[in-house]
Design a binder for this molecule. Structure first.
Ligand SMILES: C[S@@+](CC[C@H](N)C(=O)[O-])C[C@H]1O[C@@H](n2cnc3c(N)ncnc32)[C@H](O)[C@@H]1O
Length: 338
């Protein structure tokens, strides 16, 4: 079995645990920590690389538990324990680049290590891989992960997740999880009423079959760009059933009880001012257009509290405290009552 470590958005631990058990049938979860999961499976590396809700994935080459609190000695001791077998891989070839680097993560934070501390391991890798050490150039990446839970990993990075996002655009790892929280079904009429660049509805279209996807926004510039993207696709279903509307959500024209799922990222009041009662109006409108039992998945700033009255029309299914671009955010999943 391969031993993997994957990182994900902190705060989604329970969700990741549920999803990965569905996606990887033979999974043996060894450790689930804040923003990180270590697991064993026969699943091939290529399949792990394709998982869209992970920030990055690694092949674990060595795991160590320690008793003392995190300190330099823990790291130094671990470095000296790395032997040739923990560097030479039988079933995975390193990237073609002639370079490699060694990185250190303590408690999910990248830290720099003294060159003299890493000298020993760098020399071992050089000898075995015939590659050159370079911090700047991209190539093979060997990582030390040290956690306060008194566990450390030596691992090789197998993904290269560098997708850049535009201002206000959500990352694919997050849009994927928002869509998974909507529990996608084949007959879904799905709506993102504040679609912006379209990251959420486009991700939904990639996940599984759907009936209709509506992507709406008041910005004509953004809806036109999204129309261009859809016009260029070869996917006939997307061309036919992905409806992009330049619409104000509060004058949306949808009939009562029409939509199965709303998954959305409404304005937070940062780049664009919102009215004081914006969230109350938002909840009321979602309630009107959703079918009974319909799901509402919504990403909001933690400053934007949902009004108490929400509870009358919806049952709260789950909530997750996360950070989005360093800002405190919360994801709510509501289900419409009768
Ligand atoms: C936070 S952004 C959404 C970003 C999007 N999730 C993405 O990844 O690009 C909120 C969007 O809501 C739109 N918006 C603001 N008020 C609206 C309204 N009343 N009806 C529809 N769209 C609105 C804005 O134009 C903006 O694109």
């Amino acid at each position: 079995m391969n031993f993997y470590l994957s990182t994900f958005i902190s705060g989604f631990e329970n969700l990741i645990f549920d999803i990965i058990k569905k996606d990887i049938k033979d999974i043996n979860v060894i450790l689930l920590l804040d923003g990180m999961i270590a697991y064993k499976t026969d699943t091939q590396i290529l399949e792990i690389q394709r998982i869209r809700y992970f920030n990055n994935s690694f092949l674990i080459l060595k795991k160590k538990t320690f008793k003392s609190p995190i300190c330099e000695d823990v790291l130094n001791e671990f470095i000296t324990e790395i032997n040739n077998n923990d560097i030479q891989l039988k079933n995975y070839s390193l990237p073609d680049s002639k370079y490699f680097r060694v990185l250190f993560s303590i408690e999910n934070k990248l830290v720099s290590a003294d060159r003299s501390v890493i000298h020993e391991i760098v020399e071992k890798i050089k000898k075995l891989t015939k590659k050159q050490y370079s911090y700047k150039n991209t190539g093979a990446e060997f990582w030390f992960f040290i956690r306060r839970e008194q566990v450390a990993f030596w691992a090789l990075r197998i993904t290269n997740n560098k997708k850049k996002t535009l201002r206000g655009e959500l990352r694919p790892e997050l849009t994927h999880l928002l869509c998974r929280l909507s529990e996608p079904k084949e007959m879904d009429i799905f709506l993102d009423p504040f679609c912006g660049t379209g990251t959420i509805p486009l991700e939904r279209s990639r996940i599984s079959k759907f009936n209709i996807i509506f992507a709406c926004d008041t910005s004509r510039n953004l809806t036109d760009k999204l129309k261009d993207i859809v016009a260029k696709t070869k996917n006939k279903k997307l061309k036919r059933s992905f409806m992009i509307k330049n619409r104000d959500f509060f004058n949306n024209g949808f009939e009562n009880n029409f939509i199965d799922v709303i998954a959305t990222d409404p304005p937070w009041g940062i780049y664009q001012q919102i009215e004081d009662n914006f969230y109350q109006k938002f909840i009321d409108e979602c309630h009107r257009i959703l079918k009974k039992g319909g799901r509402l998945v919504v990403l909001v700033s933690r400053d934007n509290f949902f009004p108490e009255e929400t509870k009358n029309g919806f049952a709260m299914d789950s909530r997750y405290n996360i950070l989005v671009s360093g800002k405190k955010a919360e994801v709510f999943v509501f289900i419409k009552n009768g």
